[in-house]
Write a protein that binds this ligand. Structure first.
Ligand code: HMG
Length: 390
């Protein structure tokens, strides 16, 4: 049965903070961030956006190209949710005018839940092959100011349409996954920033990759050489290099694989960590920027969510895939972002909603199609803007 990713599109807000500017403020050599961590910029969330608006904006252009009545599920993956009970997907369901006969659910397991959502969507589509499922991954990575994690912030959303006979990536049957209860990164309900044991989390990530790869290789009888391109969860872009080193012990193979990965890293190095969306941003960048025709090539994908759950799986790029990309829209989105000053970065960082549910109106900043307008009687209010997204 052929099931997988039919369309992919991403969104990130129209504001970024440069890692060079952060380095100046933190009195750190800029190369530590730009080379050591591999980040050039990080997208910053303005006051009138959240995971709902980012998710809706990511899916908006994609939905203009499909028959919405076939969408029977919206699965929303995030660890930056806006409510303890209601799925943020329901706000998106309304904003995008999705069919009434469509299930909506929210998933959580750190950065991994996007991958589980993809799996769940594939399961639903396999039961009714005429149907499609929309997976939306959206997150805001926030750490304490002046912490080591600060340079690895970011935000964004990726929307994936899952169907049978997919136009982009047909997912292989083999996949390897593991779970273990560790405290490498977490965010208690009372905090707006994550707590992380950074070096430990990086070690756990690499051990998980190693273990998942061994299991995947055993199941599929494939070697790293049989995988044409790798995509990884990228908490910071240099992680790609560390991950590839695990898989390719020979220095020359490693170097040539690193060069091959370049097109896949372009979005992540300017957006920063987008948690659930990060792996799929790597995939989107590879599809959008690869100079070669990728049709028929096998992509290996490694998903890691702290805490932790990890999975390695793969898929085959489909013939004609390049006719179904949103690369021009994505390029415009990034090219039109505004560089924030340090004072503006702090202003956005500290912006907070009243916690007593009192009526509040968010100032207008977004350039997206949907905005988070404010709160009234503890209810979040969303609205459409006049901005064109396609
Ligand atoms: P740090 O202590 O600031 O950095 O933490 P460092 O001192 O280790 O330096 C970083 C690298 O820059 C090092 O290279 C330095 O040598 C190099 P490495 O040893 O790694 O090869 N460096 C330089 N390079 C060139 N020129 C220079 C220079 N100076 C130093 N002048 C850390 C870095 C990533 C740990 C920190 O930013 C952090 O805690 N980030 C957040 C946690 C994180 O991203 N963890 C990753 C794995 S966990 C994960 O992926 C899950 C996650 O996405 C959450 C989820 O699942 O929901 C986070």
């Amino acid at each position: 049965m052929s099931i997988g990713i039919d369309l992919i599109s991403f969104y990130t807000p129209a504001f970024f903070f440069s890692l060079d500017d952060l380095a100046k403020q933190r009195v750190v050599e800029a190369k530590k961030y730009t080379v050591g961590i591999g980040q050039k910029e990080m997208s910053i969330l303005p006051p009138d956006e959240d995971v709902v608006t980012m998710g809706a904006n990511a899916a908006y252009s994609l939905l203009e190209k499909v028959d919405k009545s076939r969408i029977k599920a919206l699965i929303f993956a995030t660890e930056s949710s806006v409510d303890q009970s209601k799925s943020a997907g329901l706000f998106i369901h309304k904003l995008l005018d999705l069919p009434r006969h469509c299930r909506v659910i929210e998933m959580k397991q750190a950065c991994y839940s996007g991958t589980f959502s993809l799996r769940a969507a594939m399961g639903l589509v396999s039961l009714d092959q005429e149907s499609q499922a929309l997976v939306i991954t959206a997150d805001v990575a926030r750490y304490e100011l002046h912490s080591a994690g600060e340079a690895t912030q970011g935000c964004g959303a990726v929307a994936l349409l899952v169907s049978s006979q997919p136009r982009l990536l047909q997912i292989d049957s083999e996949s390897a996954y593991i779970s273990e209860d560790v405290m490498d990164f977490w965010r208690p309900n009372y905090r707006s920033t994550a707590i992380v044991d950074g070096k430990y989390s990086t070690r756990v990530y690499l051990q998980a990759l190693n273990e998942c790869w061994q299991k995947y290789a055993e199941l599929s009888k494939r070697l790293p050489e049989n995988i044409h391109h790798f995509c990884f969860h990228l908490p910071f872009t240099r992680m790609a290099e560390k991950a590839l080193k695990q898989l390719f012990r020979c220095k020359e193979d490693f170097q040539s694989r690193l060069r091959k990965m370049r097109p896949g890293l372009l979005y992540n190095e300017t957006v920063g960590n987008s948690y659930t969306a990060s792996l799929y941003l790597n995939l989107c960048s590879l599809l959008d920027f690869s100079e070669h025709n990728l049709a028929g090539q096998r992509i290996g994908l490694f998903s890691y969510g702290s805490g932790f759950v990890a999975e390695f799986f793969s898929g085959i790029i489909q013939n004609g895939y390049s006719q179904h990309l949103f690369n021009e829209l994505h390029t415009r989105l990034l090219a039109n972002r505004k560089r924030l000053s340090y004072a503006e970065y702090l202003e956005f960082y500290h912006y907070a909603l009243p916690e007593n549910g009192k009526t509040s109106h968010n100032p207008c900043f977004t350039q997206g199609r949907f905005r988070f307008a404010g709160v009234n009687a503890h209810k979040r209010l969303y609205e459409q803007t006049q901005h064109k997204m396609s």
